[in-house]
Design a protein around this ligand. Structure first.
Ligand SMILES: [Fe+2]
Ligand SMILES: [Fe+2]
Length: 285
């Protein structure tokens, strides 16, 4: 049996509204503990501004461990629709080689699954969509691996398709989950909702583990800034939610995949963090 591997799963850095203290702390932990890899599951920036991408790419380039990066819905150009349609990933060019790349760690593989889109038939374009070409690319990587390989899939959006009140969350998420479950994927690692979770979903092809990381930004939902430490031993994946407040993992993890990245607005109360969100930013996640 191979030795256990430690991975760091970080997400939703949201440069522009990043938490400097949290980022410094993660950076020190990576340098000290040297995880086998770092998976970044999207939303590197707040509004995909050039200065936000500059800061995010510098931070990610300095990680000093094998890294794979997923794009998030916040990373698609907001203010330049022509660029969004023609070259949506151009602003990642400083870390181009890390974007959506599969990682091989012995017989453990991290395989990306794209869930962001240039546009959708619904608005706003914040929720996920597993488009068939993206799923085909993910499937092709998994199916090319030796039969006993261990696979973790990384995506930005959690894959559940239906939220409260029948709202559609990730389009084609259900089908994607069944295909990943059928292939024995150990877990799907995601971000987007800013609270950590560790849940198992039933799919048409059996159970599928879903592991969500919190945020390293000041755009908090209900938990302090955090990241996930994953220890993979055989086919077992242990999750520790690390945070600066020393909140135990079980208390950090929310009991269901949230439909939104921010908590519901209470009457008369602005969405947290008060005063930290630039007034030009609309209240979407
Ligand atoms: Fe986010
Ligand atoms: Fe997101």
């Amino acid at each position: 049996m191979t030795a256990p591997l430690t991975l760091f799963h970080i997400s939703d850095l949201h440069f522009g509204l990043e938490d400097r203290r949290a980022l410094d702390w993660v950076r020190e932990a990576i340098a000290r503990e040297r995880p086998a890899a770092v998976a970044v599951t999207g939303d590197l920036t707040m509004r995909a501004r050039h200065r936000e991408f500059g800061a995010a790419c510098r931070w990610i380039s300095g990680i000093g461990a094998p890294v794979t990066v997923e794009p998030g819905n916040h990373d698609m150009p907001y203010f330049n629709l022509a660029e969004r349609f023609i070259a949506p990933y151009r602003r990642f060019r400083a870390i181009e080689g890390l974007l959506e790349r599969p990682l091989e760690l012995g017989d453990l593989h991290i395989v990306p699954l794209q869930t962001v889109t240039r546009a959708q038939w619904r608005f706003p374009w914040v929720d996920g969509w597993v488009r068939e070409p993206a799923l085909a690319r993910c499937r092709a990587v998994i199916d090319s691996l030796p039969a006993d390989s261990r696979v973790l899939v990384t995506a930005h959006h959690p894959l559940p398709e239906h939220g409260p009140g029948g709202r559609v969350l990730t389009i084609n998420g259900e089908g994607a989950m069944a295909q990943l479950a059928r292939r024995g994927v150990l877990a799907v690692l995601t971000g987007h909702v800013h609270d950590p979770f560790d849940l198992t979903a039933e799919t048409a092809a059996g159970p599928l583990r879903m592991i969500g990381a919190g945020t390293l930004s000041r755009r908090l939902r209900s938990t302090p800034p955090s990241f996930n430490e994953l220890i993979v031993s055989g086919r077992e994946v242990r999750v520790k939610v690390r945070n600066l407040e020393a909140v135990p993992t079980a208390a950090m993890q929310v009991p269901a995949v949230p439909a939104e990245a921010l908590p519901p607005r209470e009457p008369g109360k602005p969405v947290a963090p008060i005063g930290a969100v630039p007034p030009v930013d609309p209240p979407v996640h």
